[in-house]
Design a protein around this ligand. Sequence first.
Ligand SMILES: [Zn+2]
Length: 156
Amino acid sequence: MIRGEGLDIRLREKAIIDMADVHEPETRSYNMSQIQAKDSKPEMMVRKFLHANGFRYRLHVKDLPGKPDLVLPKYNSVIFVHGCFWHAHDGCKDFEIPKTRTEWWKNKLFGNRERDVKHVRQLKDLGWNVIVVWECELKSDIIKKTLPELVKRLKK
Ligand SMILES: [Zn+2]
């Protein structure tokens, strides 16, 4: 009886452990990928850093030129977090015109860049301190320099 119960419990435990073995790694990697995908979004990295350091901001303010990603009224500053490809980061190795449909891409990407330049000018005319953070500046090797630098530019 006791022995039987013991076996039963062990079997049940084993079943639970087996289930855990089967399901947990999947669940864990899913959660991880979700978290990483979200956290590694360049804009999220900037937002998290600023928030953790006590800066408060508004997001995607539609009534300002170019709809800046972050607006910090207290610091009279707006921040754009730009992807190097889509915003045609000049001289950046992450920006390369695709080898096919080259003309189309040139128009598209250089058009984006021109629009960015225009928005920066408009924002400056309105008296904003405009900061552009590039995606390549948020890579793990230099992010520790980029973010404190950003704070300095906010406090100027
Ligand atoms: Zn870049």
